[in-house]
Ligand binder design. Sequence first.
Ligand SMILES: [Cu+2]
Length: 117
Amino acid sequence: MKNLAKLFVVVIVVLSQVSCAQSNKKTAEIKIKTSAVCGMCKEKIEKELQFEKGVTAVTLDSETKICTITYKTEKTTPEKLRLAISKIGYDADEVLADPKAYEKLSPCCKKDAGMHE
Ligand SMILES: [Cu+2]
């Protein structure tokens, strides 16, 4: 009986460690190609994404327009992040910008505006 109790304690300890490791805020990094045009776009995307659930860091490279996002894997997914960018008004990889949000962007921030480069 004493052994059984010991075994029980061991099992509890192991289980708690496993669950602890799982909730140990696993983060992942993803790079999403956006349709950002200017510095205003960069600021807007970075600012808005910071408040997105599960996002811990956002950096948008103004040269490549690639948004590097660090996020908690248990709180959000790459799909949700792309959708969040779309809702701000920008393309995110294969996800196109939300038309309504895109309409609200400043004229200089619309992807078509930068066509004459
Ligand atoms: Cu812009």
